[in-house]
Design a protein around this ligand. Sequence first.
Ligand code: C2E
Ligand code: MG
Ligand code: MG
Length: 445
Amino acid sequence: MHSPSLNTKPPSITSLSSPRILQICEALTWIAIALCAGWLAFYIVAGYTLIAVSVGMMGVAMIVSLMMLKAGMVHAGLIFPQVTSFLFICNFALCFDIPDADTPRILHIYLLVIALVGYVNYQRQRSWLQIGIIVACLAGFAIFASSNFTLAAETPLTGTIRGPFALVNAGILATLFSGIFVVIQSDAANNGSFVRELLLGVSRGEFELFYQPQVDREGRTIGAEALLRWNHPKRGYVSPAEFIPLAERSGIMPKIGSWVLKEGCQTLAAWNDDTARQHLTLSINITADQFLLTDFVQLVEGTVKTYGVDPKRLKLELTESVFVADVEGLVAKMTALQDIGIGVALDDFGTGYSSLSYLRRLPLTQLKIDRSFVRGVSENETDASLAKTIVQMGHDLSLDVLAEGVETEAQYRFMLDCGCSALQGYYFGRPMTLADFELRLPTTI
Ligand code: C2E
Ligand code: MG
Ligand code: MG
């Protein structure tokens, strides 16, 4: 078996930007904590015990949210403060912030801030719960803005305090809205320039393919997965996880993907001329927007023909994100590819939501078990039995099963016992340059 020591460590991958949305929400939570602390002191001094208790509870909720975010509970850490703020503001608007002839109600305007934050969070992760919170905030704002409705148990702020209270809150709200607007606008500008840089990167030849070995049960290299790297002149190697989602959103992924396909086919054509490498397959990742192009099959077929590649050596890796399309259309495309001889693998299997009956209808060649299922197999019984079940599922669908993310000897042995026919992971080799990948292969006889 190939020794992992043959791997050259990939150059360090820099992060272009840590998730901005998370940063914005974290900053807003800090602001909310500071505001709660300030108002808490004010209400204690002013002798409004009930309001002070309610503001104190709100402050605690914000601290809990921050702790959730720090502990990596991103989704909960962003939803929880929105729900608690919504409840706090509705309660405050109904019981304490009672409009009078001199001063209007003000606190309900914060509901618009929560709706805006919710919208920003929705860009990060789409969820019905998030939509529900946004709708509730907008509805709450509309109701409070258009009526003087209050609860019978009202304990309003007195006239002397209401004036400064409204003024201070109006100032805070104006600052918050301007701040959020500036951040969103500068982010949009950054994304725009990032997309321009990506396009320039394609034309300047800054993209490279790295190759990660795929091995058979005996550990012999049977092929590779081509993994895209952007060698940015200033930032160094940029991870595909950073730029592919943005490239997808801005519609330039088909352009980048077609470069990957050409580059991969060029490599396959070169291997074809070498008897020691002719047997190798190359797996290429395809995004949903690429696969769903109407002329995708013709594009692949054309590229394969142009480079004189044996189509049987080429595999296309799709993820479950393509399942947004109608199943008949998918089946037709996959069948057309297989008629040419090109294999279709389902990547990151187990992380999506597709049902077995859906998968059964798709003419796939290979299932790639996601590395999250392989990670714990040698330490955790639940993970082990889950991995076994997922491999069994693949076999039940009569598919060839490859285990991704194998990092240790123990994981390798376990996945072999499960019946995987191929494996991939750092244990066999990290993604590496073509030159390094070819160095680890036996030389031409
Ligand atoms: P993927 O297709 O599932 O590729 C496997 C990812 O897991 C690669 O990350 C690889 O470096 C990493 N990996 C492999 N073995 C191990 C292991 O043992 N342990 C750990 N922790 N990680 C391992 P990479 O290169 O950062 O790529 C990330 C994702 O970006 C890929 O996931 C794929 O979805 C996407 N991608 C990469 N290149 C392309 C491309 O050319 N086109 C498209 N459409 N997507 C690409
Ligand atoms: Mg892949
Ligand atoms: Mg994968």
